[in-house]
Design a protein around this ligand. Structure first.
Ligand code: IPM
Ligand code: MN
Length: 361
């Protein structure tokens, strides 16, 4: 079996974390006997500098011909003043839209070995937590009408948040289906006390829930949700939310696990093709220093094996290898704890690859 993977490294730490994920994938594919054909494509600022656009046609063509996309990160101050359509972020937003990857899974799990790296107090994290944010990814304010204009009393700008019933229905189904495989609880997060879009969101989620009576549904306002995840993250199973609320909430949850560098993501539509990327950004200040935590990207590669290729055992072996490395107290600096052994990007990658083996799930 040969899987075709488009590799979009991007900017900042993107190339380093993607190289790490590829070297772990190389080990996994040799142990589990499948092939991966990597096809490197240009995205983000790197693509803008070479081709004058953050998402060149060549990249899109290659992505269309591939089974999935492994994505690093895009952006940097160098490109901050470009017009909206040329900004590096356009690459990831355009890819998500082109593939209609509306369902974004962002699992935030507390590894018991990293308990002390969490900023939460011990009595809160000792119960552990395992949350999966299901973020709508191709609608809402990210993709609504945007404009800046000269108003009567000076400059004005607006970004329109809009959701259709069908956009809400399809992401709600994904959340309920995921909850069926987990602890059967969905918390739908909105701002229905203020926003029309949220009121439609709540109504439609409520209706779709009728198809999944075995799953518990609760609704929560976004401000309360931001507070509740810090007060007691163990109360959550699946969090279903809109594009912008999911963006914010997933960064917050990532920090509770110890570091944003740990969180992977999978973005898919109705087919098997997906975009797999860490939830962190390009962190230009860390780039090229062997300091960035590659685990979010390595786990994203694991999600690719599971969700796009159905290589479940291979995916589990990656999670196992990471746990093993934590048990042996190897830490990158972002999750470094007193009694740990501080290692860089390359060394943690080597250790994870070394621990990949069969029969671990
Ligand atoms: C993320 C990122 C992106 C987003 C940016 C880079 C456009 O923050 O994947 O969370 O806002 O979706
Ligand atoms: Mn984000």
């Amino acid at each position: 079996m040969t899987y075709k993977v488009a590799v979009a490294k991007g900017d900042g730490v993107g190339p380093e974390v993607v190289d790490s994920a590829m070297s772990v994938l190389d080990k996994v594919s040799s142990v589990f006997e499948f092939e991966i054909e990597y096809r490197e494509v240009l995205v983000g600022g790197a693509a803008y500098d070479r081709m004058g656009t953050p998402l060149p046609k060549e990249t899109l063509d290659m992505v269309k011909d591939s089974d999935s996309v492994l994505f690093g990160a895009v952006g940097g101050s160098k490109w901050d003043n470009l017009p909206h359509e040329s900004r590096p972020e356009k690459a990831i937003l355009g890819l998500r839209k082109t593939l209609d990857a509306y369902s974004n899974l962002r699992p935030g799990i507390l590894y018991p070995q990293l308990k002390d790296a969490s900023p939460l107090k011990n009595h809160i994290v000792e119960k552990g937590f395992d949350i999966c944010v299901v973020r709508e990814l191709v609608g809402g304010i990210y993709f609504g009408r945007k404009r800046t204009w000269e108003g009567e009393s000076g400059e004005m700008a607006e970004d329109v948040e809009g959701y259709s019933r069908s956009e809400i229905e399809r992401i709600a189904r994904k959340a309920f289906q995921l909850a069926q495989l987990r602890r059967r609880k969905v918390t739908s997060v909105d701002k229905a006390n203020v926003l029309h879009t949220s009121r439609l969101w709540r109504k439609v989620v409520q209706e779709v829930h009728g198809e999944y009576p075995e799953v518990d549904l609760e609704h929560m306002y976004i401000d309360n949700a931001c507070m509740q995840v810090v007060r007691d993250p163990s109360q959550f199973d699946v969090i279903l939310t809109s594009n912008i609320f999911g963006d914010i909430l997933s960064d917050e949850i990532s920090m509770l696990t110890g570091s944003i560098g740990l969180l992977p993501s999978a973005s898919m539509g109705d087919g098997k093709k997906g975009i797999y990327e860490p939830i962190h950004g390009s962190a230009p200040d860390l780039a090229g220093k062997d300091r960035v935590n590659p685990i979010g990207t390595i786990l994203s590669a694991g999600m690719m094996l599971e969700h796009s290729f159905g290589e479940i055992e291979a995916a589990r072996s990656i999670e196992y290898a990471i746990k093993k490395v934590f048990e042996e107290k190897y830490h990158t600096e972002d999750v470094f704890m007193e009694d740990g052994k501080l290692v860089g990007t390359k060394e943690i990658t080597r250790l994870i690859a070394m621990n990949i083996e069969k029969g671990t799930n």
